[in-house]
Design a protein around this ligand. Structure first.
Ligand code: TNX
Length: 776
């Protein structure tokens, strides 16, 4: 009897232990809460809620079943626990989904208390975002696609009241320059939803590939979706192809694929907006149907860079419009979106100038010029779209020659187009290339994979604001939101696409979701590192550029020393460094103030977290050569556009990077560089090197000669040596030191003459870029 009693006590004890384990109570602190984008209001309370297998998901009408299932499926994948849906009114251990009509579209309230989680919204999107916030309150393992054991699915007691600042929170993916398949696009949608982004704009048409099946015009994908494979050559270095050559590189999405993508987007509150370019960026269509152009001339689908874009649709022939209306009719059948994007950018209208059909149209319609002809073109397409209940969206070039009456403008060439459009009472979506172009570099160019150019680090994306200060409140109301654009000339794989999108999309999400007052870079710096843990679980190839250390230095002329500043983009970062040959380990010095350097040395630095180096190690050699800090006399002064650091730029020991805007380069357009360096006293010289760069796409060429002269008195110079190099085609950007070795000689003055290429074979001017003259 007694033993039986003891048994029951033990069983009761074990039961309590087990149930306690799955219901551990915890008080969270605010720094454990990390949600991106930052919610409007958040109140943390004492206590917590743990989701267990007994937790019920309670719905009170059938329309809530799909959102409940969305949550249940995601939770099941990571936890192995399949929660049940119930209609019960028992509030204990439940996740209650409640319709709340007063809330605006996409707004939500998430309330977690010891026994219940309450989720309130007035729309599917709102519920979806409540769950996204809930996921970010759970351990990062919730992002896993496989069952994670030993995880407490614990949530803080909290109230979050949240709503987006803008209704358009987008990402554009260019499928033409590189084709992404259905599966990858669905992954992108999943990850957009996680950031509460709600638009995926698919750039389905461009010169280098037509990516959407159009049943009435099968050649668009039989021919237009394939280009001659020159992927191993640089984008701008690919040869022109002919109409006869068969393309093998590319792909397209069938209408079924696209419908699946649209449905998948709907399930995550992401609207898919198609872009069908016109009248330019359509070589792929003209390669398929040459009669769409003014010249009727067969062309090949270009394999790479194409500029200017002259093979455009003929605006005179009626058949062009018939074709486009047919195409858009099929497009509208696939995409239920409110907007259809018609491109409209970068049309060079030289064919229109000479085409009899276009000229006839200009005359008959009483148009002034080809700009007005483009406006006629777009307005006609708008009428068609409006008649089908759709709104027209186009790049800011659609402003030229007069905006179509109801058009919405996507402002990409900075914010100018956006300002002009709202002044005319039109809606706009802001995607300025200054803050939203995810094809630009996000870290120092030397450390990053090849990108389009430009420099858009995470902190700059974070500064993006869709509204421009000069707008009146009424004009600001016409700003629908913002969008990042990923052009893919330099994005050849899924991994690279992830690298360019993440984490910059996190910064953008906060710019379009959270109110301005809530945005705080130093707080975001902490939260984004928490987000990285989730990215790791998902397996995203996100960029860690934000962990990079870079430097900036100044020369002190009195002390003849270099003062080196180490920088990292994140706030309050812990940078540590060592000089010389030491290893960068726990003994490394914590960086606080600029480092004084007076002799040639190697410096290694990295960002540390909890005494461990994270991210890539920065290594540089500060070369304390004989010219450091010495005066430079210029025979020809450098261009006003590229002054570098001014007077001592060539003798400050600091080297430029492949980013020619990095402030370390002095440049000459067309003419040579000739300088005399005063070494202040006689020294033995045996080597002179000149640091240069080449970026032919931007008109920057290596010099053809470097000559070195020396002098004791500064008047009579004697030539000591030279190095020459012939022009070579080079599609990449490259750095090169031109070295002149000479027989050791004593000198007080060194004259260096660097000869500009002068006239490049491809025409245009030729820039000569120099960052340093190293004398040894
Ligand atoms: C401009 S943005 C383009 C694209 C290029 C992009 C590269 C726009 C409407 N046109 O065709 O891919 O620059 O950054």
């Amino acid at each position: 009897m007694i033993s039986k009693h003891i048994n029951s006590i033990i069983i009761l004890f074990l039961f309590l232990l087990v149930s306690c384990q799955s219901n551990v109570q915890k008080d969270f602190t605010l720094n454990e809460i990390s949600i991106i984008p930052q919610p409007k209001e958040l109140e943390l309370k004492k206590g917590s809620f743990t989701i267990t297998k007994n937790t019920k998901v309670v719905i009170n009408n059938e329309s809530q079943r799909s959102i409940a299932s969305y949550f249940i499926e995601k939770f099941y994948k990571a936890s192995g626990i399949k929660l049940e849906i119930s209609n019960s009114t028992n509030m204990r251990n439940s996740i209650l989904i409640n319709e709340k009509s007063g809330l605006t579209e996409e707004a939500y309230v998430l309330g977690i208390e010891d026994k219940t989680i309450k989720i309130e919204a007035s729309s599917y999107g709102g519920f979806m975002y409540a769950f996204q916030s809930l996921f970010q309150l759970l351990p990062p393992e919730i992002e896993s696609n496989s069952v994670q054991t030993d995880i407490q699915w614990i949530l803080p007691n909290i109230t979050i009241i949240d709503a987006p600042r803008y209704k358009w929170r987008g990402l554009m993916l260019d499928l033409s320059r590189h084709f992404f398949d259905k599966e990858y696009i669905k992954e992108v949608i999943t990850n957009l939803a996680m950031h509460k982004m709600n638009v995926l704009h698919l750039h389905l048409v461009d010169d280098q590939g037509w990516r959407i099946e159009i049943k009435k015009y099968p050649k668009l994908t039989e021919k237009g979706a394939w280009r001659v494979d020159q992927e191993s050559a640089a984008w701008k270095g690919r040869r022109e192809t002919t109409a006869e050559e068969k393309g093998t590189y590319g792909g397209y999405l069938t209408q079924e694929d696209l419908k699946e993508i649209v449905a998948y987007g709907q399930s995550l509150n992401v609207e898919i907006v198609p872009e069908i370019e016109m009248p330019a960026h359509v070589s792929s269509a003209i390669a398929s149907y040459p009669e769409l152009s003014c010249l009727d001339k067969p062309i090949g689908v270009p394999s790479g860079g194409l500029w200017p874009i002259t093979d455009i649709y003929c605006a005179g022939k009626e058949s062009t419009f018939e074709f486009l209306e047919d195409v858009l009719t099929e497009v509208m059948d696939i995409f239920p979106s409110e907007y259809i994007h018609i491109g409209g950018d970068e049309a060079t209208k030289t064919n229109w100038d000479v085409c009899p059909h276009c000229q006839k149209r200009i005359k008959e319609e009483g148009l002034k010029d080809t700009h007005e002809l483009q406006s006629y073109f777009i307005t006609r397409m708008e009428k068609f779209l409006n008649s089908k209940g759709k709104k027209l969206l186009g790049w800011d070039e659609i402003l030229e020659g007069g905006l179509a009456p109801n058009a919405t403008v996507m402002s990409w060439r900075g914010v100018k187009g956006g300002i002009e459009a709202v002044e005319q009472g039109h809606d706009v979506i802001m995607t300025p290339n200054s803050h939203c172009y995810f094809d630009h570099y996000q870290g120092p160019m030397n450390d990053e994979p090849k990108a389009w150019g430009g420099y858009l680090p995470l902190s700059k994306v974070y500064k993006f604001d869709p509204v421009v200060e000069s707008m009146t409140p009424e004009q600001a109301n016409h700003v629908l939101g913002g969008q990042a654009n990923l052009w893919t000339e330099y994005v050849p794989t899924n991994e690279q696409s992830e690298y360019m999108i993440f984490p910059r999309i996190a910064a953008l999400s906060e710019a379009v979701w959270s109110s301005k007052e809530l945005r705080d870079w130093s707080d975001f710096s902490i939260r984004v590192k928490q987000l990285f843990k989730r990215y790791d679980v998902i397996g995203l190839n996100y960029a860690k550029s934000v962990y990079l250390v870079s430097s900036n230095s100044e020369i002190s002329l009195e002390n003849k020393s270099i003062s080196l500043v180490l920088k990292n983009e994140l706030s309050n970062s812990d940078i540590r460094y060592v000089l010389g040959n030491s290893e960068l380990n726990t003994d490394a010095i914590k960086y606080t103030n600029p480092i004084e350097i007076t002799e040639t040395t190697v410096i290694k630095a990295a960002l540390f977290e909890d005494d461990i180096a994270i991210g890539k190690i920065y290594i540089d050699t500060i070369k304390f050569h004989k010219a450091v800090g010495k005066t430079v006399k210029y025979e020809n002064i450098y261009s006003d556009q590229y002054k570098g650091q001014g007077a001592f730029n060539l003798t400050n020991s600091i080297r430029g990077t492949k980013n020619f805007h990095d402030g370390q380069w002095q440049a000459w357009i067309g003419n040579d560089m000739e300088v005399v360096i005063d070494l202040e006293n006689e020294q033995t010289i045996e080597k002179v090197s000149v640091g240069t760069m080449e970026n032919q796409g931007s008109g920057i060429y290596f010099p053809v000669a470097v000559e070195v002269f020396t002098s004791i008195d500064g008047n009579s110079f004697e030539k000591q040596g030279e190095t020459k190099r012939d022009y070579l085609q080079n599609a990449d950007s490259s750095l090169k030191d031109f070295v002149v070795n000479i027989n050791p000689i004593n000198a007080k003055f060194v004259k260096v003459k660097v000869t500009n290429l002068g006239s490049p074979p491809n025409g245009g001017g030729s820039w000569l870029f120099v960052d340093e003259v190293v004398i040894e």
